[in-house]
Ligand binder design. Structure first.
Ligand code: NAD
Length: 453
């Protein structure tokens, strides 16, 4: 591992990754890999997560390709120095921010979107001119194996290396020195990553999770709300970090929402979602059991069937859920949706603010004023009003958590910035060298200094 990282360091020091032409070529190669092997990659996703080809394309391969396209288009602009103004005291001269790569970075991915969460950070890291070591999640082994097989055929192996394995391998990597670490996964390991990074004062980006609420007010269009919540919740069988974790619904529309959720599930996946080609599976039997154990935490209003041998859990809506129950303490990260009644918006805001800052927050209402209040009076990494997940598809919006849901951000220019140092540069000419800045500071010089500053 040490030798591999040293090799990348040598490549970085040689200037290999600096030219924009090299960076753009690597990005094009990554896009080509997706084109050439989409069937293989989609099959691997189906093996690991029962992901349908449509879902795999929308949330992983297509997402990655548009990320690459946007990055290639914008990179010449992002990588240019940004001029800033020059205060009088420092004139004449020029001040600007010069983006420079960080060096050799480590990217640790999670299993739920095993391609997107590993390769989208890589797009940003390569765009910024870094070398990278990738560590895919061992919990999506088919995808990790394919990526490890394919990446070296497309990317410059003097600059990008992929290492497969579990926690032990991740820890061996973390024992080495990197110039930045981006980790996606749960908060427990996030703490391990941050401690290891502290050893070398390595900056970290932590893309973590948490319980992301959806708030449904009485004036929302309940049918559309239910469809959008159902889509965001049951895509990837609920194993999405920004899936609505639970719903706070105005009690006046509670029953209507449950009915519409039931209809949406039926419309998407039919009477028997186990047979639906667009409904995924739980990643492994431990996670399946963890989720099955939550079923007793409320009344099953919709769904509730499961087949552990097939890692299948039906899209399930739970009502009468106590706020003290386990399902309301842990991040669910699966296809169970507790729906809790609230009396009004203020009660929903209090509920959210009494808990950790979530990764995502969803508000549903026809009232712009209510949504503004929800936005202004709560905290969340990201917020989307009258929809779920969609904000991910706008590369002009950063993606990242706040507090326990994460630190740092990426996507589009924000990813480029995360993997760059924006060096502050001031360039001065020789021709002007007024003496008032130099001692001895006579009273006249002091007056001038005060006047100029
Ligand atoms: P995981 O088990 O795949 O772990 C993530 C990575 O950490 C893996 O590469 C794994 O090898 C590594 N790892 C595991 N144990 C380790 C250890 N002891 N030391 C060092 N590395 C170790 O993923 P997970 O933690 O089950 O992921 C689920 C969590 O991730 C959820 O909380 C979810 O919300 C969050 N998540 C966040 C995002 C985001 O973008 N913010 C995306 C996906 C998932």
């Amino acid at each position: 591992m040490k030798d591999m990282i040293q090799r990348l360091r040598n490549s970085y020091a040689s200037g290999l990754t600096r030219p924009l032409t090299w960076r753009i070529h690597q990005l094009k190669q990554l896009s080509q890999l997706v084109d050439d092997h989409q069937h293989t990659l989609l099959t691997a996703l189906a093996t690991d997560l029962g992901k349908s080809a449509a879902e795999g394309w929308l949330t992983e391969l297509g997402f990655l390709k548009s990320d690459i396209k946007h990055t290639i288009k914008q990179l010449p602009r992002w990588s240019k120095p940004t001029r800033v103004s020059q205060p009088l005291l420092t004139a004449p001269g020029r001040s600007y921010l010069q983006p420079e790569p960080l060096g050799v970075v480590l990217i640790i991915g999670a299993w739920n979107y095993p391609i997107q969460l590993l390769l989208s950070p890589l797009v940003a890291a390569l765009a910024a001119g870094n070398c990278a070591v990738l560590k895919p999640s061992e919990l999506a082994p088919a995808t990790a194996t394919e990526l490890a097989r394919l990446l070296p055929d497309y990317l410059d192996s003097e600059a990008v290396q992929i290492v497969t394995g579990g926690a032990d391998i991740a820890q061996q990597l973390l024992a080495e020195r990197f110039d930045h670490i981006m980790y996606t996964g749960g908060g427990r390991v996030g703490r391990i990553v941050m401690k290891a990074a502290a050893e070398y004062l390595t900056p970290v980006t932590l893309e973590l999770g948490g319980k992301s609420p959806a708030v449904v007010l009485a004036d929302a269009d309940i049918a559309v709300t239910a469809r959008r919540i159902a889509w965001g919740k049951w895509i990837n069988a609920g194993q999405t970090c920004i899936a609505p974790d639970y719903v706070l619904v105005d009690e006046r529309v509670h029953d209507a929402l449950i009915e519409q959720l039931k209809q949406a599930i039926n419309a998407f996946y039919g009477n028997d979602p186990e047979q639906a080609s667009d409904y995924g599976r739980i990643v492994n039997s431990q996670h399946c059991q963890r989720l099955i154990d939550y079923l007793g935490d409320g009344t099953i209003a919709v769904g509730g069937r499961y087949d552990k041998a097939q890692r299948y859990i039906e899209p399930t809506v739970l009502t009468d859920v106590s706020t003290d129950s386990k399902i309301m303490q842990d991040e669910i990260f699966g296809p169970l949706l507790p729906v809790l009644k609230v009396t009004n918006l203020a009660a929903a805001i209090d509920f959210i603010n009494a808990r950790e800052k979530p990764l995502a927050l969803y508000g549903f209402s026809k009232s712009a004023r209510s949504l503004k209040q929800l936005t202004e009076q709560t905290h969340a990494g990201n917020q989307c009003n009258n929809d779920t997940l969609m904000f991910m598809l706008n590369p002009e919006l950063p993606f990242g958590g706040v507090g326990p849901s994460g630190m740092g951000r990426y996507h589009g220019k924000f990813g480029f910035d995360t993997f760059s140092h924006h060096k502050a540069v001031m360039a001065k000419p020789f021709w002007s060298d007024p003496s008032f800045r130099y001692p001895p500071y006579t009273s006249f010089k002091q007056k001038l200094l005060r006047w100029f500053s």
